[in-house]
Design a protein around this ligand. Structure first.
Ligand SMILES: NC(=O)c1ccc[n+]([C@@H]2O[C@H](COP(=O)([O-])OP(=O)(O)OC[C@H]3O[C@@H](n4cnc5c(N)ncnc54)[C@H](O)[C@@H]3O)[C@@H](O)[C@H]2O)c1
Length: 334
């Protein structure tokens, strides 16, 4: 199949190379509002470059959206109008209202749209989900989740990111639903800035923490930072009355033991989300091709993405007001 890709920045260039290596994909056609880098990427890798989105949509079987967050909604609307099945990087849109509108539009258009929450394709999170579903952990009472980037993204990315909870912790919020099969009912969040000034200037934080409650009373703590010098550290612990399971606990764990004589973890550490989730990104895009071919169900819908975004929204409101927020205060797509 011919796949179009809109947005050839960090994740766009990475996804383009993953797509080009898939058996189902015969051609990758790229576009970007900044054509110079896109043309170079196309020339260097044997992709086609198409400057116009509508023209590109008329020539492909499916589209992958990897533009900056503000480009997602208009690009997805164009793809829906052209009836082109689409993979859209998270978040579906920059605002809650726009995300809700798109949920309705996607469901009316009846065009497959998969959203890019790659942790759903990570073997560790899949195992944790299985452990919860099988009951082997007993009853679940506590979940701890974290996304700690080794170093901040480029300064220019921050004003387009939507903020730490919508950009970064949203992955924890999505995979929390995936692992526990529970919805969040309330959130209390705080943030701090100790790093570069561009976070404060952009109205963002570089470190955040949230306490969530799930519908069955399970307590969840989520932490995020852009400054984890020891490595890219993404983990989840699910604690139950019969046992605890941990995602991300292998020799690449970005934590040094303080205990004498302990040589775990042996390293090497991982340094970026691309390194940490390489196999998951491959499975995610391979599944998208299966979805386009009609051989797979949608593994992550716009409604799933909306639920994760709503939790991020609750955290941003809680951080701004200093109060806990219940999820019934946040708009939905009922
Ligand atoms: N799932 C993940 O793990 C993951 C990781 C990184 C980024 N992302 C998401 O991917 C998106 C891109 O992130 P990035 O780090 O690659 O950003 P980036 O700034 O490196 O790249 C964005 C690219 O999109 C282009 N662009 C902007 N608006 C456009 C439009 N309307 N049409 C076409 N091109 C447009 C820009 O010129 C740029 O080349 C963000 O929404 C981010 O949240 C997801």
């Amino acid at each position: 199949m011919r796949i179009g890709l809109a947005g050839t920045g960090r994740i766009g260039a990475f996804h383009a190379s993953t797509l080009a290596a898939l058996e189902d994909v015969e051609r990758v056609v790229v576009t970007d509002v900044a054509p110079q880098a896109a043309t170079r990427l196309a020339d260097d890798n044997g992709y086609e470059f198409c400057p116009d989105l509508d023209d590109l949509l008329s020539r492909v079987d499916a589209l992958v959206i990897t533009t900056s967050t503000y480009g997602h909604a208009p690009t997805l609307r164009a793809a829906l109008a052209a009836k082109v099945p689409t993979f859209c990087e998270k978040p579906v849109a920059a605002t809650l209202g726009e995300t809700i509108d798109l949920v309705h539009l996607v469901e009316e258009a009846d065009v497959p749209v998969q959203v890019g929450f790659q942790r759903r394709f990570d073997a560790g999170y899949a195992r944790a989900r299985e452990a919860v579903a099988s009951g082997e952990l007993g009853f679940i009472h506590t979940v701890r989740a974290n996304t700690h980037d080794q170093s901040p993204p480029p300064a220019g990315y921050i004003p387009t990111s939507g903020g730490l909870f919508r950009d970064c912790s949203v992955h924890d919020f999505d995979v929390l639903r995936f692992v526990t099969a529970q919805e969040v009912t309330s959130a209390y969040a705080v943030g701090a800035n100790k790093g570069a000034g561009f976070f404060t200037e952009g109205g963002d934080i570089d470190t955040g923490a949230a306490v969530l409650t799930l519908q069955d009373g399970t307590l969840v703590t989520v932490s995020a930072t852009r400054y984890n010098g020891g490595g890219h550290d993404v983990r989840m612990e699910v604690m139950g009355s019969e046992g605890t399971i941990g995602v991300g606990y292998d020799d690449s764990l970005a934590v040094r033991s303080a205990e004498e004589g302990v040589d775990y973890p042996r390293g090497p550490q991982k340094w970026s989300f691309m390194e940490r989730f390489l196999p998951a990104y491959r499975r995610e895009l391979a599944t998208f091709c299966e979805l386009v071919a009609g051989r797979a169900d949608n593994p992550c819908t716009v409604r799933d993405a909306l639920e994760a975004f709503r939790v991020a929204e609750a955290c941003e409101i809680s951080r701004a007001t200093g109060r806990p927020v219940t999820m019934d205060q946040i708009g939905d797509a009922a």
